[in-house]
Ligand binder design. Structure first.
Ligand SMILES: [Zn+2]
Length: 205
């Protein structure tokens, strides 16, 4: 049994770490007329029936998924399996994002805006629409900052946060280094969002 993600059928996405030898070779074994790459699990090679263990530690672990996804290989040490698993978790974040209430809300917003546009609201009162969208943008910007704070609270790297934001590690750090690394459930943060939205609304005058 490899790495599983709750709510996702394991025939679609099941993760595991593949061992890579120092010369870059991934040991494989044949069974039933098929070749399979040898997995590395709980500190051991995990070969199929009758396959020969390479007899040495892997030099790297390569996170992989049954869907065909491959992550960056990580240098082998006792923490490498956890590191490989963390990379697979990021892959699962990408493929299961549609599960999120936040993603559904974004879809609902896009639909509502499209309806308003088609019904002529943009043409009838374009400046009012620009202002209303600016408030929406400010609200979403604040929510992103809160989510970044939650990521920091979980000690996720600026590299991963930058990836999620679609910017470099440096840019992510410059933009959000002032954000408190606290869970988003905290009232303090939520009221900070509310304050930011209030000031955006005030700015509309
Ligand atoms: Zn997958």
């Amino acid at each position: 049994m490899g790495w599983l993600y709750e709510g996702v059928p394991d025939e679609e996405h099941e993760g595991h770490a593949v061992g890579v030898l120092g010369n870059g070779v991934i040991p494989a074994y044949g069974s039933g007329g098929q070749w399979s790459e040898m997995e590395f699990r709980d500190g051991w090679w995990s070969p199929g029936s009758g396959a020969e263990d390479p007899g040495v530690e892997p030099a790297w672990l390569l996170p992989a998924c049954v869907c065909g996804w491959r992550g960056e290989r990580v240098g082998y040490d006792p923490q490498a399996e956890d590191a490989a698993r963390a990379l697979w978790d990021v892959h699962m974040d990408d493929v299961t994002v549609y599960f999120l209430t936040v993603a559904k809300a974004a879809e609902g917003l896009a639909d509502a805006l499209e309806t308003a546009r088609k019904e002529g609201e943009y043409d009838a009162r374009p400046l009012a629409v620009v202002k209303a969208l600016r408030v929406t943008q400010a609200r979403i910007g604040s929510e992103i900052a809160v989510a970044v704070g939650a990521a920091r609270a979980r000690e996720l790297s600026w590299e991963l946060i930058g990836d999620a934001l679609g910017v470099t590690r440096q840019t992510a750090h410059e933009r959000y280094r002032e954000v408190a690394a606290v869970p988003a459930r905290d009232d303090v943060v939520v009221s900070a969002v509310d304050r930011a939205v209030d000031s955006a609304v005030d700015a509309l005058g």
